[in-house]
Design a protein around this ligand. Sequence first.
Ligand code: GAL
Length: 646
Amino acid sequence: MKIGVDYYPEHWDKALWEEDASLMKKTGVSVVRLAEFAWSRLEPREGEFDFSWLDEVIELFSSKGIEVVLCTPTNCPPLWLYEKYPNAVQTGRDGRKIAIGIRGHRCYNDPDFLRLADRIVDLLTSRYKDNKAVVAWQIDNELEANFCFCETCTGRYREWLKEKYQTLENINKAYKNNVWSGEYSSWNQVNPPFGSYNYAWFNPAYMLDFNRFASDDAIEYIKRQRDIIRKNCPDVKITTNTWFCEKMIDFYREFSELDFVSYDNYPTTKLPENPEECYSHAFHLDLMRGIKKQNFWVMEQLSGGMGSWAPMSRMPSPGMINGYSLQAFAHGADTVVHFRWRTAVGGAEMHWHGLIDHSNVPSRRFFEFKELCKTAKALEDLRGSEIKSEVAILYSADSEYAFKIQPQTDTMYYLEQLKLLHNAFLKLGVNVDIVSEKDSFEGYKVIAAPELYVADEFVAKRLYAAAENGASVILTNRCGVKDNHNNCIMSPLPTVFRTLVGASVEEYDPIGYDSVDIRFADGEVFKAKQWCDIINPETAEPIAFYDGDYFKGKCAAAKNNVKKGTAFYIGTVGEKKLYQKIVKEALELSGVDFIEGIPDGIEITTRESQNKKVWFIFNNTDKEKSFELFGKTLTLKPFEMKIQRA
Ligand code: GAL
């Protein structure tokens, strides 16, 4: 496995470069990522280029055997560009150019910006095309969906709609624009969501499509750069570093255009006090691996306390630097690049800590990182080894957008039940793939499909077929609510999934901050919150009942036999233990092996290659844990990872 660092030579006096590169070499760093914000240093004035410093830096790393990931520097165009071509700046919801001064202000579609971006990407990629040290290209930095409201982007939005619907009549019909006299009679009336209203006030059908457009349009921007890189460097792998942000790009469509997934991973440095919170970044890591169903990179990994625009957070406590990186390996990363080698002494991010502090004296976190480099080296043979999983959790980009557009009830958010289910599988020591609902379900014996809110009949059919063939599937409340246009389906919930779960929803109550108990037939009682579906079991058997409120005694969860398999329906949002109970039964019914008695916060996963299996056993807590595993007592310090070869 490889460990790398994000390095900003343009921030440091040249005299430091050699010192840094030598220390990196000594420490065991094998990759550096460079230049994602360095455009003004590469093209200080329009058409005047200076690659000499980058040549020197690449040569320096190459001479030490350190590989380089080069980035296209388009996140931060130089100020001369914005001055000369003011339309290159994004337009906000108020129809005005946004104020520049931070970063990422570029409009993905402005012709001048694109012309100059193409040129710098072309020059960079042709300059380093034969440089063997350059092992990958990163496009831009942490791209977001396109929420620019300029005329050019509005034009592209209209084109996107024309291609999808051809006529305004079709859009009016699809969006049900007869509500609030919203029918379009000319294309000029079709605009992005201008104004200062909360997005929840707009027609949800229109907003979902706008999100889809904004995502597709950002992907067009990615493809444009990808094509230039590919033309010049046909054999070098291309990625972009993704993250979870407000204006998300659909991960699956995005990375279907690129060679590998890379992710910016900043796990928490302060564990939540509420034991019901799901804080494990294993969830995000499994999701990243599931995007292309292949191993991925972490392009930015937590190295120090976070801060700058927000008050500073706790520093990573002893064990975290090491443990969190090894956790990424345990869930499918092959390379983990730490953000950043040095903490900046200038600029807005001077308190977002890297591995070496302002003091310039390597200390505790640095020494822990050095240990990590050693451990990673010893795991070199595991690069490319696979995480095999018989369990999948389905993720739906449309459902996540739709949940964000229309919050369902107080405190409810789309990812919560996905995380609760993931937590339950983790607690039983099974590997989990988090995959797109559109992906193949082949090979999965247990499929959790929580909150498939924007329903897709094709997904419903495939889930039914999987259950018929012996899989256990787990559905939850808010499945089947919307059609593909984000309009409500006029049929008893969970609509397209009703036959699969063998039950319908008689009535529901979004209880928000309130809670109610639910009781299982065996007497076990769990707290439920946020939402209560009052279930009417049809072919299904009720397995839990509400134990309070006006729906006391009504069914809260049900189980349906579907030929060789089973479908569970959970009508509420429960505490962690509720999911553990259902998940355990689902695994048993489908014959998936699991481990019982794993303490809370211990995460066990496996990677395999050529019949060699390696166990990763991680203590993702701040307490020492002792427990029995395979007949032996294991003791793990806080955030310690034990790696056992079979
Ligand atoms: C990431 C970003 C980096 C840096 C880091 C810490 O989101 O890609 O450039 O800003 O966060 O703030």
